[in-house]
Design a protein around this ligand. Structure first.
Ligand code: 8YV
Length: 318
């Protein structure tokens, strides 16, 4: 029965193996390949049972799209963050939503640690300096910042936050966190407010969900609390940080630097950030390893297969 399921892919899915698996098991359609998507949806929307999308800002699933797919039963997203999916709209329509928690924690935390080490020790900036021949022309690279012994302040102590904490601990950092719910299972120092954590942290690492509830949580006040020796690391969502306030804080020397994998208007990154040596930027690649993307792809596929066969899905969003 499962092969009768009609599956719409919203955009290209990585790794390609996910598309291949879907093609092999279901009748599939590629929305991004349609010349006139609105016309295609008007003609075929009612046939679609399942939507496969991702956590990417350009993907997701709006209430409007759900209305164009009146018989949609399930949305399987290739990502842990589901802020690009209108969850309330899905719930109201009785649509099941799945994501890919857990399997990406290690790689996302690795990226967070890499950005932290890079911005503290200026690895990327020093690489540019060396390549440009400045070691020879200008001499020794300026001194940087030690990581060991510093406070790593984690915002959102979920699976990714805990994986980050474990890594930061191995670098002799002191782990503090702010999380709405208390985490009695961890030995780390909890703060009652983000402001209190920012005040105490040398490195403020964002591993919390995006969406309306956390929009611009990191604003000018939080950055001021982080202070001129503090660094901001964002491996969560661009929406969590007021990017203009961040640029202003960097320009005014109110914080020491930032390591950013996510941005407010991806894939656009403001020139004011791209210019700076105290900012390390990567193109939303935290989960993008062969191994992790394969595990995510398999989880997306297994969720959809389970649903199509009338079984309980593996990782359902609340
Ligand atoms: C993207 C992510 O979804 O999991 C998330 O929330 O942000 C990423 O893993 C992934 O790049 C989409 O293919």
């Amino acid at each position: 029965a499962s092969t009768q399921f009609k599956v719409l892919m919203k955009g290209p899915l990585l790794p390609v193996r996910l598309q291949d698996n879907l093609d092999a098991q279901f009748t599939t359609y590629r929305l991004w390949q349609q010349d006139d998507q609105a016309a295609w949806l008007a003609q075929h929307g009612a046939e679609i049972d399942a939507l496969v999308t991702s956590g990417n800002a350009l993907m997701g699933a709006s209430a409007e799209l759900m209305d164009q797919l009146p018989n949609l039963k399930v949305i399987c997203s290739n990502g842990v963050g589901y802020d690009a999916i209108d969850i309330a709209a899905a719930e109201a329509r009785g649509i099941v939503v799945t994501n890919t928690p857990g399997v990406l924690n290690a790689c996302v935390a690795d990226t967070g640690m890499a950005l932290l080490l890079d911005v503290a020790r200026r690895i990327s900036a020093a690489d540019r300096y060396t390549r440009a021949g400045q070691w020879q022309s200008q001499g020794r690279y300026p001194l940087t910042t030690k990581v060991g012994g510093k406070v790593c302040g984690i915002v959102g102590l979920g699976g990714i936050g805990k994986a980050l904490a474990k890594r930061a601990q191995a670098f002799d950092m002191d782990i503090h966190y702010y999380n709405p719910r208390s985490r009695p299972d961890v030995p780390y120092t909890r703060h009652d407010s983000l402001l209190s954590l920012a005040q105490r942290a040398d490195f403020l690492v964002l591993t919390l969900p995006g969406g309306a509830a956390t929009h611009h949580l990191v604003d000018a006040g939080v950055l001021r609390a982080l202070g001129p020796k503090g660094f901001l690391i964002n491996i969560a969502r661009g929406s969590v940080v007021d990017e203009q306030a961040l640029i202003a804080a960097l320009q005014a020397g109110e914080i020491a630097g930032a390591g950013l994998d996510v941005f407010e208007q991806e894939p656009a990154v403001p020139a004011a950030l791209r210019q700076r040596d105290d900012v390390v930027i990567t193109p939303h690649l935290a989960s993008s390893t062969e191994e992790t993307m394969a595990a995510m792809a398999d989880l997306v596929f297994e969720n959809l297969l389970a649903f199509a066969q009338g079984e309980a899905v593996l990782t359902r969003v609340v």
